[in-house]
Ligand binder design. Structure first.
Ligand code: ATP
Ligand code: MG
Length: 393
């Protein structure tokens, strides 16, 4: 894996563009939010930093233990690097939580903050606040944290298949291209995670939905990670939360970029972006593509609503695995999520329902199995998957 010395992509005070998934953050003294206590399904809101760090569900790690667990933060233990810092693979004893010999005990992912300043600390604390209290099969599990001198780390369950981003865009042989069925499974898992965050039980806006924040376990169950930018949803009948604009270029909803008004529908837009990335196998912003293809949404939009044209923008690595109607239904869902007008975007519950229906249909394999059982005369036209001419700029 790579070393830990690449340039930071997180900017402070002013947005900065650095590449395909550049993160922009703006400094906002009010950004750390606490969960409200009105919901019966989550614990009472801790009020200050001390209370947050004493939440019973989280383990406080010593820096030295994490240093040993990750073999001195060795470069070959690096799982990835984001704006917050590097993520290291390590091993701990599952009972004592002390460092264990590599290959024994429980595997962890330790994210080490490499930023100075208040913003990094606030995101570190926000993550502890939310992940310490919100538990769901489609949210990554935070095991604990470390706060010692200037060291700040977060310790998560290890997700063996890494991020969706790696599977979609890395050409390394370790990351095999995901099949249509697996993409639909991952989309559903991620949608369920987001639907839970938006539900009355949590009422949280995630604000950082993107393919690198969707992690995969051995069975390709999707779990959302990175809650450093999450916010409590609006209270008292208000329509939105006013915030400084933070997030990642390409994924953030246009109205949020323009006004700073944040709603759950901003997350729905980001979901549409990721769904489109999954269907096309392309990054939302890619400066390495020809002019006219660099912005995925602008490039793909004209093709997404037509049964005849949608196949042209589908990821060629899935050819032969989905039916035309399956592709069209998934593309139509992405288009709805990407509506410019937030009120026309579906709620995440509806997205979950649509994706549930796509799990059983839409795949050539499933259809073939059904045909086999029904012994009906097959209509092959609905699953034609020959090579399609791809649009050019
Ligand atoms: N729990 C985990 N298990 C396995 N790998 C992980 C885990 N958490 C993170 N990673 C890996 O580390 C990479 C970096 O994660 P991180 O969240 O720090 O940054 P990012 O999401 O890629 O970017 P950004 O900070 O801009 O949002 C991820 O893309 C993933 O490959
Ligand atoms: Mg991340």
């Amino acid at each position: 894996m790579g070393s830990c010395c690449s340039a930071r992509i997180r900017a402070h005070h002013s947005p900065r563009r650095d590449g395909p998934s550049s993160r922009y953050t703006s400094f906002d003294g009010r950004e750390t939010s606490s969960r409200r206590s009105s919901s019966s399904s989550v614990p009472l809101t801790p009020r200050n930093e001390g209370e947050l760090l004493e939440m019973g569900s989280l383990k406080s790690f010593g820096f030295n233990d994490l240093r040993i667990a990750t073999r001195n933060f060795r470069p070959d233990s690096v799982l990835g690097e984001g704006g917050f810092g590097c993520v290291f693979k390590g091993w701990i004893d599952e009972n004592t939580f002390k460092a264990a010999k590599a290959g024994t005990g429980m595997v962890i992912a330790a994210k080490r903050l490499n930023q100075e300043g208040l913003q990094g600390h606030k995101e570190w604390l926000t993550e502890i606040n939310y992940l310490g209290q919100l538990h769901h099969p489609n949210l990554v599990k935070l095991i604990g944290y470390c706060l010692e001198d200037e060291h700040r780390l977060l310790v998560y369950e290890f997700m063996p298949r890494g991020s969706l981003e790696n599977h979609l865009f890395r050409r390394a042989s370790y990351f095999q291209p995901l099949s249509w069925n697996l993409r639909m499974k991952v989309a559903l898992g991620a949608a369920k995670g987001l639907a839970f965050l938006h539900s009355p039980a949590a009422k949280v806006i995630y604000r950082d939905f993107k393919s690198s924040n969707i992690l995969l376990d051995t069975n390709y169950n999707a779990k959302l990670s990175d809650f450093g930018l999450a916010k409590d949803g609006p209270l008292d009948g208000k329509s939105h939360v006013s915030t400084r604009i933070m997030g990642t270029y390409g994924y953030a909803a246009p109205e949020y970029m323009a006004t700073g008004h944040l709603t759950a529908r901003s997350d729905v837009y980001s979901f549409g972006v990721v769904l489109l990335e999954m269907l096309t196998g392309r990054r939302v912003l890619d400066k390495n593509r020809p002019h006219g293809e660099q912005n995925l949404i602008d490039w793909a939009r004209p093709y997404l609503a037509s049964k005849r044209r949608v196949l042209r923008v589908m990821d060629a690595r899935m050819e032969g695995q989905y039916t035309t109607s399956g592709a069209l239904r998934a593309a139509t869902l992405a288009v709805k999520c990407l509506a410019i007008e937030p009120k026309y975007r579906p709620m995440m519950d509806e997205v979950v329902k649509a994706l549930e229906q796509l799990q059983d249909t839409g795949s050539v394999k499933t259809e073939e199995a059904q045909r086999h059982h029904a012994i009906t005369s097959a209509d092959h036209s609905s699953r034609k998957t020959a090579s399609y001419p791809r649009p050019s700029a």
